[in-house]
Design a protein around this ligand. Sequence first.
Ligand code: ADP
Ligand code: MG
Length: 351
Amino acid sequence: MEENQSEQFTPLSKLGEFGLIEHLTKRFPLRNGSSIKGIGDDAAVLEMLDKHTVVSTDMLVEGVHFDFTYVPPQHLGYKAVVVNLSDIYAMNAKPTQILVSIAISNRFGIEFVEQIYDGIRLACDVYDVDLVGGDTSTSYSGLTISITAIGEAAEDELVYRNGSKATDLLVVSGDLGGAYLGLQLLEREKSVFEVDKNMQPDLSGNEYVLERQLKPEARKDIHELLKGLDLKPTSMIDISDGLSSEVIHLCKQSKTGVQLYEEKIPIDNNVYSLCEEFQLTTTTVALNGGEDYELLFTVDLSDHDKIKGNPNLSIIGHMTAESEGMNLVTKDLKSIPLSAQGWDAMMDKKA
Ligand code: ADP
Ligand code: MG
């Protein structure tokens, strides 16, 4: 473990700002018909025809959101795109373009920044989006990357956080808690390494959670699945902060309550075993961990048949009248109020 600087180090100053932009962006073809003008002019030009345009932005700051001790630059580029696309899918829209702004200190060489763009390019390929612009700046401390994602949807396809109603089913894609445990594992190995620089990390057997943390995916497949099922959720949000806080967002904006069943929360086996090791409860990790980038949505009861038995979707509860409150029904059938604990409460030891 050490900062992932590649063997070669060419200072950024060698190319200058314009040379660097040109070098980084030359391998990005435009593939969407809506991208009329990409990089190279004062602004990009898009044409969304009869669709609505969806726009979202997210910034990742070195030392706050990521640590180059264990985050390879390609993964940072990939993840920075994915977290933005996840927001577009959460509107039930299709992402089409991104803009990438980076601030870089001279601690980084051209090769390193190029690797970040390799990750960005891979994400553009996988998710079929065009890089159409951005901005480049010097930084005195570390690296910041800010991405804006643009997407499109027909007006009647858009799904907001505020559309759920009492009796709707609450559904989540995939499984939860993996990304948080991946981070715990990487942080633990980092502290071991800091004490003894000869120690190499022991991460085998935990590939699943590491991938969830380092190379997350946005649920393009769920967006397409819902379209194929002709199923429009009544409300939707992506899970960036943790299930608990996202459920609360849906309830507050929709003015509903919720019954969330602990027993129904989908957890991977790798998460179960690491929770044992770290003495954490899986439910706490799923509720408060965050960064899973799954989709959380509500559907009308009459759509139950469309989702039932789908291995990618779990029905984890149902909405209620606002007056009934937001509750977690535990495995022993106690009803406790949901709270948005966030990261701090995570370090509580298993009871
Ligand atoms: P301006 O001076 O008008 O802001 P720039 O010289 O910053 O223009 O950018 C020139 C072109 O390169 C623009 O199309 C801009 O969107 C694009 N661009 C600049 N930086 C980046 C970047 N880091 N990634 C992708 N495109 C970029
Ligand atoms: Mg600029």
